[in-house]
Write a protein that binds this ligand. Sequence first.
Ligand SMILES: Nc1ncnc2c1ncn2[C@@H]1O[C@H](COP(=O)(O)OP(=O)(O)OP(=O)(O)O)[C@@H](O)[C@H]1O
Length: 238
Amino acid sequence: MLSVERLGKSFGSVEVIRNVTLTVNAGERLVILGPNGAGKTTLMRLIAGEIAPDTGHIRLDGQDVTALPPDARARAGLGRGFQTASLFESFSIAENLILAIAARMNGARFGRDPLKSHDLRHRARAAARQVGIADPDAPVASIDHGTRRRLDLALAMSGGAKLLLLDEPASGFGPGGAREIHDLIAGLPKHLTLLVIEHDLDLAFAIADRIVILDAGGIAHEGPPSTARPVLRAIYDA
Ligand SMILES: Nc1ncnc2c1ncn2[C@@H]1O[C@H](COP(=O)(O)OP(=O)(O)OP(=O)(O)O)[C@@H](O)[C@H]1O
């Protein structure tokens, strides 16, 4: 689904990503762990196309997307979660979802305002249900942090994302947030591929099929969660 080949990135004279090679399989939930400054967010930004690598390639479903801007990568199925800046705050949750679905189907004709389409309304409600949103008619301006994150995931999926990049999904939640995010992620369709950066180790181990540990810009370890703990101890206790 995603393959990152010999990726390298420096900021000035500092090499932040060093020769990283990584694959994420369809339907897999891969969690990236590592100490502060290891390069996790930089790696995700490279994959999303927000910054360009100095060396290496990124392929999505076999297509080389290294030179593509973020919107073209999104059209190829890559979703960056939790970037809710583009929400229409005065519209309801369902209306935001309708507009996202309509935008994805931009070739299709609705014959009228997409917000009046029964078919789109039905799809929007189903998308809201899928992420556990209880009241899809609530105006977005009034919703809490957790619901906003649920909506963000639903928007990414409605936009056609097959691979979601999530950078610290539990951040910004109070106590209990990790459990909420865990349940939300566990409830996502199994065919959806996830690449997640997470600092909360319990959450990371609970959602991961595989863990990649990044340290000083390189991959220090990759394998099933059961193999990651001794490596983490060695890095954090060093
Ligand atoms: N745009 C930038 N310009 C210069 N240096 C940068 C830039 N972005 C990141 N860095 C540096 O690259 C290194 C890796 O940063 P990055 O945010 O990718 O690490 P991280 O593993 O996500 O860390 P954290 O867990 O603290 O979020 C850090 O030393 C950071 O200061």
